[in-house]
Design a binder for this molecule. Sequence first.
Ligand code: B12
Ligand code: SF4
Length: 477
Amino acid sequence: MLRNETMTKTPSILLINPWITDFAAFDLWAKPLGLLLLAALLREAGIQVDFVDCLQRNDPQTLQHKDTVGGCNRPYGTGKYPRTLIDKPQVYADMPRNYYRYGIHPESLACKLESLPKPDLIWLTSIMTYWYPGVQQTIALIRKIFPHVPVWLGGIYARLCRHHAFITSGADRVVVDPLPQLAEEIEAQTGFRLTNKPHWNALQSLPIPALDLLPELAYAPLLTSWGCLYSCPYCASRKLQPKWERRSADAVYREIVQWHQDYGIKDFAFYDDALLLDAESTLRPALERVCREDLEVRFHTPNALHVRALSREWCHLLHAGGFTTMRLGLETGRSDQQKEWGNKVDTTMFFAAMQNLTAAGFSPRQIGVYLLAGLPGQSPQDVEDAITLVGSTGALPYLSEYSPVPGTAMWREVLATCPYDLVREPLYHNNSFFACRREDFTREDLAQLKRLARQARQAVANASGAASACGARVDRS
Ligand code: B12
Ligand code: SF4
């Protein structure tokens, strides 16, 4: 327990979104939604909450530092983070690329922390496993300013690499428990009774994430469901969210309206793993209402949509509702691989979806199609064929380089053959490192395929008349 008299004083928790360390990072609608949900729950429970975003894009103090390149805004709320060149971890010594810390300058972070009252507890989130040096560096700086405040680490890296996080992050605790248990732990730690404990039990009862704590709000992330009905061998969705839960249409609509009317937000990005699955009584009525009320909003789906759900009716609704950036998951054009990798899509479904989307009014350059590259058993020719297939429909092919994710079925398969110590060193999970390269699928093969995909996108852009600056510039690869 923090102190004996805690029952008489409201505890305060400082939430921190840490730096990213990587070869490249772009704010493609990436906000720490988990941490902001927790902030809303804590606030609702009567706890004092402060928030520091190390990934603030336009921090004036950061701009004063010559070693840091400032961030900037791009269409639809996306943008570049500020970045500082840092030494590459030894693991990446053979990678001929610069390595950066993305986010505000350390002096700016120190100032922000110093300006806050000393909290009772500090919570950090984490996202990609291979961004852990950013987590370590953030915690090291926090320790200098608040040496005696306990630091808890949670989030995706913490959950996928708990042991690694425990021994290397510098946090006092690595918390991986589901929300109801987390509520118990806060009470045990602070001696404070949460006034909203039942709200920690289900997605349906969670408050709207506290996006108002973000220093800059150019778009809003949205989550209408947790989990996925499928269990693809390369994906950690089941491990991270074993239970499939959906929010009500009314709750989703109210959240959109709140950010749109109170904060002028036009751009919304869905974070669902399976936005369109089983969404007849949830997303559909919410979108129908968006259309009826004629809200001037745009929706983006940086996570792939399920191709099988793109019926004629859904495509019309998505178009009328303001869906603007569409990403579909095809992954491969080979039917045996489609079956093996989750059995959720086939090429016939993909052609039908493309027809439905274009009939509904989407232009090809709004439709990106994710293809996987470098999975065990896949050849460069398979990927090239898939790029050609997507190009033939007029859509934009995007490659996702395979990177093994702990806790997935394919992870176990890959451990047996991969020469790198994926268990002890999460830096090897970085898709840029491409740990699963092999003689018949080299880094050069991957680079060549990425060039092909880029050329195919350029061809689509040329064919559909000069690509809009927006469409071309929000894409990262
Ligand atoms: C939305 C999403 C994105 C978004 C942005 C996410 C972001 N914030 O940066 C977009 C679409 C941009 C994205 C991109 C990518 N993503 Co992604 N993404 C996701 C997804 C679907 C959901 C994440 C999320 O926000 N969940 C919702 C929130 C509410 O959950 P949460 O953050 O876990 O928080 C909960 C708990 O963890 C906890 N918690 C969180 N913080 C804290 C802190 C404390 C102290 C405590 C106590 C608790 C706690 O509380 C929350 C409520 O329970 C996950 C899969 C998944 N189901 O999680 C993949 C996932 C994280 N992505 C993944 C990958 C690989 C990628 C890409 C590399 C894909 C690619 N090849 O291009 C890119 C690269 C990203 C980049 N910026 O460079 C992998 C991660 C693999 C890894 N090694 O870490 C995942 C796991 C998917 C997978 N393949 O299985 N992604
Ligand atoms: S369908 Fe998508 S989110 Fe669901 S398990 Fe497969 S890859 Fe993951």
